[in-house]
Design a protein around this ligand. Structure first.
Ligand code: SAM
Length: 285
């Protein structure tokens, strides 16, 4: 069964009385060249366990299952497991879990399903929750080698943006702290059914063995990063004062102590700048 054929998708939809849901971000891959390219980008082989998020009708799942040791796919739409049972019938190394990925206990799941295996996350993500999913995967400190995901092209650029540059945001800082990101390739809207309005891109995040900068308290560090980017058009000082509820002069003092200009914008701050500012804020508080 060729899952990238529109005729196959239509037949499955009729048989299982299934219509694609916009609400769940269902845009299925219909370009047969794309799944092998994503799996190539993830660099997985038979030794790997792979966590997939949102298998849909299984077009990427099938390609991963052909090449990895084991696949565990988490899908939120309860109409899909019966379809997947048919489309993945030939594979004995796939497990489907019906759950919202944002509510899943991923560290426990990984320990249970992938003990002793190198692990990668590989997915064509539902675009409406790209950032929450990426943040969860990173903050859960999963024992994974890389996260290789298809997202909206602008989201890929944001994820891979270097902190300190114009394109960066809070999510770029979180990604760089935990991982080394790379945009691998773009995918045109016509490669999906239904075609989304935007171009997509595959981004690979290679998880660092240790975070990019040492910080004494990660929660405080990320609270600072989020506060700084909380009000996009403000200076970092004003946004931090508002976001963390601190007196403006205290923030100004910390900026000066960290060797930063009083009018610096959040997107001009590197991870090391945030670490220095975090340390300076501790000292003046
Ligand atoms: N992997 C398939 C493909 O590439 O053709 C489908 C990708 S589609 C862009 C996103 C998939 O994620 C859909 O199957 C959707 O139902 C699922 N999904 C949406 N929200 C989810 C959530 N919170 N947890 C798990 N899966 C979710």
């Amino acid at each position: 069964m060729e899952l990238t054929d529109l005729a196959t998708i239509r037949t499955l939809c009729e048989k299982y009385d299934f219509a694609l849901s916009k609400g769940f971000g269902q845009n299925f891959i219909v370009n047969p060249g794309v799944p092998p390219k994503i799996v190539d980008a993830a660099g997985i082989d038979r030794s790997f366990g792979v966590l997939e998020i949102g298998p849909g009708i299984g077009v990427l799942t099938k390609e991963i299952a052909k090449r990895a040791g084991k696949v565990v796919a988490i899908e939120v739409d309860k109409r899909l497991p019966p379809v997947l049972e048919e489309t993945l019938a030939g594979f004995d190394n796939v497990k489907i879990i019906l759950q919202d990925v944002l509510k899943a206990d991923l560290p426990a799941l990984m320990a249970e399903e992938f003990a002793g295996m190198p692990v990668a996350v590989c997915a064509n993500l539902p675009y409406y929750i790209t950032s929450p999913i990426i943040m969860k995967l990173l903050e859960d400190r999963l024992p994974v080698q890389n996260i290789t995901v298809m997202v909206q092209k602008e989201a890929a650029e944001r994820l891979a943006a270097q902190p300190g540059t114009r394109e960066s945001g809070a999510v770029s800082c979180a990604v760089r702290y935990y991982a080394e990101p790379r945009v691998m390739f773009t995918v045109q809207a016509g490669s999906f059914y239904p075609a989304p309005k935007v171009t997509s891109a595959v981004v690979r995040l290679d998880i660092r063995p240790t975070p990019a900068v040492p910080v004494p308290d990660e929660r405080a560090y990320f609270a600072l990063v989020r506060a700084a980017f909380g009000q996009r058009r403000k200076t970092a000082a004003n946004a931090i004062a508002a976001g963390l509820g601190l007196p403006r002069p205290q923030v100004a003092e910390a900026l000066a102590a960290a060797g930063l200009d009083a009018r610096v914008r959040p997107e001009q701050l590197t991870l090391a700048d945030f670490a220095a500012l975090d340390a300076a804020l501790r000292a003046v508080r």
